[in-house]
Design a protein around this ligand. Structure first.
Ligand code: PAF
Length: 281
């Protein structure tokens, strides 16, 4: 496995590869990332993972400076799975102040976007830059960041990018908590409480599958349960998979998404729900 930090070196390394599958990350890798990198192997002869903490997707009061940089440990986890790790410095990707951005679709201003203004513009812009540098045939993104996956898919489709966007399933701890780099910020007590987010999403899914069509009531009940247990809830929302807009009667594929704070840590999660012609499957 080669570790490369500049664009010319990376382009030179990849120029004779027949196909490249790519997994962009911000490092601080866990088993969820490792699974995405394994999945990438099915989509290209050469697997490239990037490790880059992207400043333009963090708001001024967010954790950019505190975000863990663990390059050595990350590379040890990728050894034998990725062929190349692309780990540029900030100046390599942003040698001048970035003034050209990808404008994500309007739904990027909802859900997480409503609480993290500019976040998805920063994500879409860095992902397009990385796609242009790596030029992969396929790129794998986790469903854990469901709205991010939606935005990247829309960007690839609407900007005619020659890359297949592949979705990776969310990996969970034994109790169901979605693996996330931010889980490491939780105290022991918060870690025990964190599972409530997923439990509420599963309860909502079960209610919908059992025919519960009052999504607003379900959202309200879940948010109230979380808040009663010390969470600060950003949103709980039932959305249509295709558009990520608020779900309507008759939408066949739904996804229930939620985000909330436990102490200083913001957690997100989601669960897909399959319904058909008003009746639950
Ligand atoms: O999901 C992430 O880790 C980041 O948002 C991404 C896609 C690597 C862009 O910086």
């Amino acid at each position: 496995m080669q570790i490369i930090s500049t664009t010319p070196e990376l382009r030179d390394r990849l120029k004779s590869e027949p196909s490249v599958a790519f997994v962009p990350t911000m490092g601080n890798l866990h088993e969820g990332h490792v699974a995405l990198v394994r999945q990438a192997r099915e989509h290209g002869r050469c697997v490239v993972a990037s490790i880059f903490v992207n400043p333009i997707q963090f708001g001024p009061s967010e954790d950019f400076n505190q975000y863990p940089r663990t390059l050595e440990a990350d590379c040890a986890k990728l050894e034998g799975l990725a062929d190349v790790v692309f780990a540029p410095m900030v100046d390599e990707l942003y040698p001048e102040s970035q003034q050209v951005f990808v404008e994500p679709p309007p739904v990027a201003a909802e859900l997480c976007g409503a609480f993290r203004p500019g976040h998805f513009r920063g994500v879409a812009t860095v992902v397009l830059k990385l796609f242009n540098i790596v030029q992969p045939q396929a790129a794998v993104f986790g469903k854990k960041d469901y709205q991010q996956l939606h935005v990247i898919r829309a960007m690839a489709r609407q900007l005619n990018l020659p890359v297949e966007i592949v979705a990776g399933e969310t990996l969970r701890a034994a109790d169901g908590l979605a693996l996330s780099s931010r889980n490491g910020y939780l105290s022991g007590e918060e870690r025990a409480e964190a599972i409530r987010l997923y439990r509420n999403l599963v309860r909502m899914k079960e209610s919908i599958v059992a025919g519960g069509g009052d999504y607003a009531a379900l959202e309200h009940a879940a948010a109230a349960d979380l808040e009663a247990h010390g969470w600060r809830v950003d949103y709980v929302s039932v959305r249509a998979v295709e558009s990520l807009l608020p779900a309507k009667a008759g939408d066949a594929g739904l996804v229930v998404l939620a985000a909330g704070w436990l102490g200083h840590t913001r957690l997100i999660d989601n669960v897909e729900v399959c319904v058909s012609s008003g009746r639950s499957l």
